[in-house]
Design a protein around this ligand. Structure first.
Ligand code: HEC
Length: 118
């Protein structure tokens, strides 16, 4: 084997390694929401969801979203309502703007009453 082929093979291997590292990182960031993204999501819930559900989630055009109101409603039910909206009501689908993982996290925070702390 001549040395230029070895060099080229090394270079291709290095490029592939970098590619795998980068793509793996983007998978990881989808699974684990960063603290910055969590702060943004809380802001979205208070401002955007709050425009209908009330800034403190005590209800308005949409129903209250406090833990006592969501008792007995499964996370998956809330997650689907947020992702796909409710046809025939003012509740819009958020799938174009939020990932499933983000909506799952929001649903968990709503159930736990961790967004609208006084
Ligand atoms: C334009 C007004 C509007 C906006 C904005 C809105 N909602 Fe709603 N939402 C509603 C209405 C109205 C309902 C009740 C639908 C029905 O009658 O079943 C509802 C229902 C829900 C429910 C189901 C509650 C239950 O007790 O079953 C959840 C959860 C919910 N919204 C979460 C959200 C979240 C999270 C956001 C922001 C990402 C959001 N909503 C933004 C109007 C809105």
């Amino acid at each position: 084997m001549n040395s230029s082929i070895i060099k080229r093979t090394c270079r291709i291997t290095a490029i592939m390694a970098v590619f795998f590292i980068l793509t793996n990182q983007s998978y990881a960031s989808e699974e684990f929401l960063s603290n910055i993204r969590k702060a943004q999501l809380i802001h979205i819930v208070k401002q955007d969801c709050g425009s209908c559900h009330g800034m403190t989630l005590k209800g308005g055009l949409g129903p209250a979203l406090l833990p006592e109101n969501l008792e007995g409603k499964p996370i998956l039910f809330l997650q689907n309502t947020i992702l796909y909206g409710r046809t025939g009501t003012a509740m819009p689908p958020w799938k174009p703007l939020l990932t499933e993982q983000e909506v799952l996290w929001i649903s968990q925070q709503l159930k736990a009453g961790k967004i609208a702390e006084p």
